[in-house]
Design a protein around this ligand. Sequence first.
Ligand code: 4AZ
Length: 277
Amino acid sequence: MRRPIIRPLPAALALASAVALTPLAAQAPAAADSVIIGGAAVRSSEIPWVVALSSRDRFGGTRAGQFCGGVVVAPTQVLTAAHCLSREVLGATVSEVRDLRVIAGREDLRGSGGREIPVRRVRLAPGYDPATSSADLAVLTLGAALPARHAIATARRGDEAYRPGTPATVYGWGDTTGIGTYASTLHAARVQVQPDSVCARAYPGSVTGSRYQPATMMCAGDARGGHDACQGDSGGPLVARGRLIGIVSWGSGCGRADSPGVYTRVGEVLPTVAGRR
Ligand code: 4AZ
């Protein structure tokens, strides 16, 4: 997620959400040449299922109002993180945001290529809990259809792509340095699916941090750090074996060896969203 231009939240609440979702000040800056964190630029035309979530009203026009990522799973269905649609992120309720759109097929957020499609309907996973980030998933219905070939297959519960050690790729337009350098072109980083034991050890839950919950979350990173999602990548896809396995959700800092990125476990949480087709 990105912080909205206007933040009407009480400082204490804003701080609580920042703690759960990575305070910028606490992030360890990654290497200066890293992108997404430790990734590389990719052409969005080759990754047609990645979209940007946008509201110029809330986030300004310099990067087309991008504030989160999303994933096309059917011609009019896009998945994102539920927290992307929260008041903390938007600075308003989602129904008050009149220009919520997805941007598909745009190489550079500063340009005008691709399409901007309005979001018609928003459904949050019924188990979504903003306090713990559990079941952090939302299904957006678009006002116009994208080509069916732009959609990516979603992993099912127990999919072999969830096996620890599986190579995976995370995509986004988020922070490339850990200190607030937002990308204008799509970036991708290679990570590996981590065992639940590693995720649980990294995020045991404490006064300052969220707890890893394997039922609705998974985590991915690399043992040496340096490859990760970061602020602004939330809602975007984690893909393995050609299938969507995770949605960027939260983490402590970006690219730290001891703090893998935490993702919504799509195979478990997507089936809980009623009437999603
Ligand atoms: C965020 O604030 C965020 N390193 C997303 C992913 C990660 C951290 C923060 C994982 O949107």
